[in-house]
Design a protein around this ligand. Structure first.
Ligand code: GLA
Length: 399
């Protein structure tokens, strides 16, 4: 728990909305995806883990239908006042409140309409736009808060349903055609475990992450990415185009990741566009790598696990072309450091973070050396985060 941040959120709540009596404090984590990139929306496997950083909110129900939002991360926006009757999908570009409002809207669409207004203050310690799911953690913390304050049945509206609601908000309220990876990892996180999720069937299993003297190090390029404005939706459309072409000649195929590489190459002549071919090759090979990575981890073969993560890095860079100069530079700088098992860009892409696995005793030098190379050759300064794998969302306290 980030006690310092919690105190700031409490102070902001009292300053703007008065007494904390009757309010509650909630948390939902950000996530890092180890492998399985850009294939959640193609029915593929992903392998993320939840972080111990994320989004917090303090919320207190109101007697009327007014919604008052404040974020200590965006003080410039001040208190934004709106209402339960003022929810307009795709109309709130650039407004941070589109995330919580989108979740309220998506919950109502799922049959869980909120009846009480709210005063809410948010605060988070996941850097925005870093590819560590600051948005999904904001959606999930809002969803658990709404479930709790409205007394919605937790057996029916379980955390997987909350993840789906967050995803609907993102797709239909915000207009970003993202998959379920981020919200699922945030809503279903488990301490010291990664989650292997089949996004086609929603079957999942937890895999204990034991790195034997190594740690996961996330490096933020500080080059922000924006899913709505980036090429994300184009990539998704290209993957869908590959799927549609292949489906015509492969009986029973539903998602792009339903087929293996052999089947893909047997039928690849139906894809005449070279770019679409590369996108499909990434998706189908990435799916196999993700399945293999769990096997390697279970067998205790960390070298194989690292090789697969490096290969995934090449695939997202050259076949999916979802990286950028800055994250490429970080990956190249990381891989030549002593004690580095693997490194690749993680998350939505075109900026954000890389994930590396580094021997404990080399981490200090790793950070210093990568920083030196990065600041010399880019306009940005990197920040590092040695990952602790955390639990899913929680209700922290009632005031
Ligand atoms: C973003 C999206 C996810 C997923 C990743 C790439 O984080 O929100 O749904 O597609 O990019 O793996």
């Amino acid at each position: 728990m980030n006690e310092d941040l919690i105190r700031k959120i409490e102070a902001a709540f009292t300053a703007r909305f008065g007494s904390l009596d009757g309010a509650k404090l909630y948390f939902a984590p950000g996530r890092v995806n180890l492998i399985g990139e850009h294939i959640d929306y193609s029915g593929g496997y992903v392998f993320p883990c939840a972080l111990t950083i994320g989004s917090y909110c303090i919320a207190k129900p109101r007697a009327d239908r007014k919604l008052r939002f404040y974020s200590i991360n965006i003080p410039k926006a001040d208190v934004i006042e709106t209402s339960l009757d003022d929810l307009h999908p795709l109309m709130e570009k650039g407004m941070w409140t589109a995330y919580p409002k989108g979740v309220i809207w998506a919950m109502a669409q799922a049959g869980y309409a909120c009846t009480k207004g709210l005063d809410v203050v948010y605060g988070g310690d996941v850097p925005n736009g870093s590819g560590l799911s600051s948005s999904a953690s904001l959606e999930v913390v809002t969803a658990i808060m709404l479930r709790d304050l409205n007394g919605f049945d937790e057996a029916k509206l379980n955390n997987i349903e909350l993840a789906k609601i967050g995803n609907v908000a993102e797709n239909r309220y915000l207009g970003a055609n993202t998959g379920i990876l981020d919200q699922f990892a945030s809503a279903m996180g488990r301490k010291d475990s990664a989650i292997l999720l089949n996004c086609g069937t929603m079957e999942y299993e937890y895999a204990p992450i034991s790195m034997r003297g190594k740690r996961i190090v996330v490096t933020n390029s500080n080059k922000p990415h924006s899913l709505v404005n980036s090429q994300y939706n184009t990539r998704r459309a290209q993957s869908d185009a590959a799927r549609d072409a292949l489906k015509k000649v492969i009986p029973g195929m539903v998602n792009l990741c339903d087929i293996d590489l052999k089947t893909f190459y047997e039928h690849a002549d139906v894809i005449t566009d070279k770019v679409i071919f590369k996108r499909a090759k990434h998706a189908i090979s990435e799916n196999q790598r993700t399945i293999d990575s769990l096997k390697a981890l279970k067998a205790g073969d960390l070298n194989r696990f690292g090789d697969l993560i490096n290969e995934a890095g090449e695939s997202i860079r050259y076949d999916y072309e979802a990286t950028c100069e800055e994250t490429d530079l970080l990956v190249d700088a990381a891989r030549i450091q002593p004690g580095v098992l693997c490194s690749r860009q993680t998350g939505g892409g075109w900026g954000g973070c890389t994930v590396s696995i580094v021997d404990d005793e080399n981490i200090k030098d790793f950070m210093a050396n990568v920083q030196r190379i990065y600041s010399a050759r880019s306009h940005y300064h990197a920040t590092f985060y040695v990952v602790d794998v955390g639990n899913g969302p929680e209700i922290i306290k009632q005031y």
